[in-house]
Design a protein around this ligand. Structure first.
Ligand SMILES: [Ca+2]
Length: 423
């Protein structure tokens, strides 16, 4: 049994106003119920590791490698620490928590993960080594299974705890959490009635090579195309200068970056210029690629992912084009796709890109995204010959009245916005 722990908290939504007082007797009863519940409700589907009652406004500090929770602002609740069996065949399980407020409005709210949330709790949320090599159960749990199994269990537990069922179930997630929500809508349309999804890391098999490629365009640090942070500031000022007024308000904000036809060549260095005050031809070339959609394949006909947009230059060096290469793509190919712990991002080529998309590890993307059709199964001979439309198929979710809000940040330094914008 491995220790894959997607840190999912499902919180029955708090009905009471935070300032509302509870009677001492009521809290005492709830405290008792919290402590006895774990021994009164047993199932092969899960284990309750711990049950802790927090009085109203008690300190709650659960900060660890994957989550930051440190507050005194919560009403009284019972916290259940769970292990959810995700593969009964081999005992594979995943971690989750269920928070049950004393006063409940009969609604559930699930929270998704970020980064490699779904990895080992003892490591960083950016460490994907939990997945391999060859840990298929961990990959499937990360892709979709742990969330679904957890959702099923906590719905049952909540009903038992309150002696009545929930009326609505909601989900919130950003980045990886956004992808989790899209996947849930697609294959388990009954799991949630409404979802709020931010900057979904989706399609993951296309996001990963794009993230790797953005870094490769400027690395290594100090090489001719490398763009230092102070130069990014220069580029940002120029982008704002060119496009701020497109929205009619001079406020330093480019309201619609897609309307901005940014020409960074206005910053091109003239002969004998100080390179810290302008863009060399190598930097300018890198910038053009960073701000252009990522295509691969014969004649660059196959779309992979959307680009950075003008206006976010103060954020981009904090992410994919910073001094330290973003780790997720390397771990994705090492542990999820290639089972090769020596693989490095500098080895990324179009055959590896195709391999990742074709493999779709754990079926984590909402559908088999057939951007590529390989002529045979030899990686070396992978060819990119076909483009198909991305189709998440959310018909069943919407047919039952499901609702979703999706948002993205134009200046997101890790997940560009084009995947959330229809044109
Ligand atoms: Ca403006």
């Amino acid at each position: 049994m491995t220790s894959l722990i997607p840190f999912l908290i499902l919180i029955p939504v708090i009905a009471a106003q935070l300032g509302q007082q509870h009677s001492p007797f009521f809290s005492l009863a709830q405290n008792s119920r919290c402590s006895t519940f774990s021994s009164s409700f047993r199932s092969k589907a899960f284990t309750i590791l711990d049950a802790i009652y927090y009085p109203a406004y008690a300190p709650v500090d659960l900060t660890n490698g994957q989550a930051t929770v440190n507050t005194t602002a919560l009403p009284a609740f019972c916290r259940l620490v769970l292990r959810i069996v995700t593969n009964p065949g081999n005992g594979k399980d995943a971690g989750a928590e269920l928070w049950l407020p004393d006063e409940w409005n009969e609604r559930l709210l699930g929270f998704g993960n970020g980064g490699w949330g779904g990895g080992d709790h003892t490591g960083s949320m950016w460490d994907g080594s939990f997945a391999g090599p060859g840990n298929d159960d961990a990959i499937i749990d990360f892709a979709w299974r742990a969330l679904h199994m957890t959702t099923v269990v906590v719905k049952s537990l909540t009903t038992e705890f309150y002696y009545r069922p929930y009326t609505k179930s909601y989900f919130m997630g950003c980045s990886t959490g956004g992808r989790q929500g899209i996947k849930a809508m697609s294959i388990f349309p009954e799991d949630y009635d409404g979802l709020v999804l931010g900057s979904p890391a989706n399609p993951f098999g296309q996001l990963m090579p794009w993230q790797a490629r953005q870094g490769q365009l400027v690395h290594p640090v100090g090489s001719p195309p490398w763009i230092p942070e102070k130069t990014w500031n220069l580029i940002h000022a120029e982008a704002v200068k060119q496009c701020d007024m497109l929205d009619g308000v001079q406020d330093g904000i480019i309201l619609d970056p897609l309307a901005c036809d940014f020409h960074p060549e206005t910053l091109q260095c003239q002969s004998n210029a100080d390179a810290s005050t302008c863009l060399t031809s190598e930097r300018l070339s890198a910038l053009r690629h960073l701000y252009a959609p990522y295509y691969v394949g014969p004649n660059n006909q196959t779309y992979v992912f959307s680009p950075f947009v003008p206006g976010g230059e103060y954020a981009y060096p904090q992410g994919l084009v910073g001094e330290k290469l973003f780790r997720m793509p390397e771990d994705y190919y090492r542990y999820f796709v290639l089972n090769d712990t020596t693989w490095q991002v500098s080895m990324l080529d179009e055959a590896v890109v195709a391999m990742g998309i074709d493999t779709n590890p754990g079926q984590m993307d909402v559908s088999k995204i057939l951007l590529y059709q390989r002529r045979n199964h030899q990686l070396r001979n992978a060819l990119l010959v076909r483009t198909q439309t991305y189709s998440p198929n959310l018909t069943a979710f919407f047919a039952r009245g499901g609702k979703v809000l999706q948002y993205a940040g134009w200046d997101d330094e890790l997940v560009s916005t084009g995947h959330s914008v229809s044109s």
